[in-house]
Design a protein around this ligand. Structure first.
Ligand code: SF4
Ligand code: SF4
Length: 360
């Protein structure tokens, strides 16, 4: 596996936590019960300045609570876009209607991460069909030119949950990214009590069975070589009806490795999401297959070109929850790609409300 060249100021992404409170209920979330409290734009400007002082940002994601409940969300998206940033947002999708999607797209929103899954208490799901609702919202985002990702929380030992998630993801052309958080009990974290590493065997075996292999990782804050973000890479060829015609597990080739590390070293900014087209992706896969990737990747791209199939990237990112090393250190992701600002300092989103003594 290749370590992602996201370190120090090169980390291109940060999170603005724009409000507390949510219109949905998820079992493990502390936000739902809260009163809605929104941060004013002026305060967000100060927080963005702190984020920018620490990293060379390319993209900023809005989180909360439920970001779309913020009455100024369109102004916030417009402001981030005017700042030259890729504006993204997390959402449970309840307020992400056709009309809202049009307004967000018009304001400049580029990406939306949809958290819609079984176990949520929400009024907009019909007959318990959470997957149907997720697919519908993902396709709607695409129609408005907003790139959708699916977000899911799965327990480390839930083999069926990982398999089902991966199968849905593979069968749904609207999604090219799935962001999976392995559930953790943050309230239990005490810096003086050691917790064992989160077991990853079940997740690795389940995703392998569904066609996904880990190719890239982000390590730990203290143990850089121990993966905490597992990035599984595959590519899929589909016909006109969206049916899968071919599948290939990819890994970074020499050209990609050199490009990613060279870009980070040269510009002090790592690459973030770069939108691509099927034609560009095929060209990249041909080069990848010949230069340090897999020969099967080259043959996959060649077949797709000859048969006229479209090609999609299918990436699953699995994040492990933080845990205590027992000696005062809380182990979490190196340079936390999802860092946010609390009291003028950078904190991992996952620890911000619980462990105040863990700034980055
Ligand atoms: S949708 Fe998100 S913010 Fe709302 S309750 Fe669920 S996890 Fe919490
Ligand atoms: S440390 Fe950062 S990237 Fe890792 S799980 Fe927590 S918020 Fe996410």
């Amino acid at each position: 596996m290749m370590r992602l060249p996201w370190y120090g100021k090169t980390v291109p992404h940060g999170v603005l936590d724009i409000l507390r409170g949510c219109n949905c209920r998820c079992a493990a979330c502390y936000n739902a019960a809260r009163e809605v409290e929104c941060k004013p734009l002026e305060r967000l400007k100060e927080e963005l300045a702190v984020l920018r002082a620490h990293r060379n940002l390319k993209a900023v994601s809005l989180s909360g609570g439920e970001p779309l409940m913020h009455p100024q969300v369109l102004d916030i998206v417009r402001w981030l876009t005017d700042e030259g940033l890729v504006a993204a947002s997390l959402t449970n999708g309840i307020l992400f209607t056709d009309d809202m999607a049009a307004k967000l797209a018009d304001a400049g929103l580029r990406m939306i991460s949809l958290h819609i899954q079984k176990g949520q208490t929400r009024h907009d799901v019909r007959n318990g069909d959470f997957r149907g609702l997720l697919r519908e919202k993902g396709e709607m985002a695409r129609r408005h030119g907003i790139f959708p990702a699916m977000v899911e929380t799965v327990k480390a030992d839930d083999r069926v949950g990982f398999c089902e998630m991966a199968r849905f993801f593979r069968e749904t052309p609207a999604f090219e990214y799935a962001l999976v958080t392995v559930a953790g009990d943050f309230a239990e974290i005490r810096s003086d009590v050691a917790h064992p590493d989160v077991p990853v065997e079940t997740m690795l075996v389940a995703l392998d069975a569904e066609g996904f292999s880990p190719a890239v990782f982000v390590g730990g804050r203290y143990r850089r070589k121990v993966p905490r973000w597992y990035i599984f890479q595959s590519v899929q060829a589909i016909d006109r009806n969206g049916r899968e015609m071919a599948w290939n597990r990819t890994r970074p080739g020499l050209v990609e490795r050199a490009f990613l590390w060279g870009y980070a070293l040269l510009f002090r900014k790592s690459l973030h999401w770069v939108p691509t087209t099927s034609a560009k992706l095929k060209a990249r896969l041909l080069v990848n297959g010949l230069a340090g990737g897999r020969l099967s990747t080259f043959l996959f791209a060649l077949r797709a070109i000859v048969r006229g199939w479209s090609v999609l990237e299918k990436h699953i990112i699995v994040q492990l929850p933080p845990h205590s090393l027992g000696d005062g250190r809380i182990e979490c992701c190196d340079n936390c790609p999802d860092a946010t600002v609390r009291n003028g300092r950078l904190h991992p989103v996952c620890l911000g409300d619980i462990v105040e003594e863990a700034p980055l």
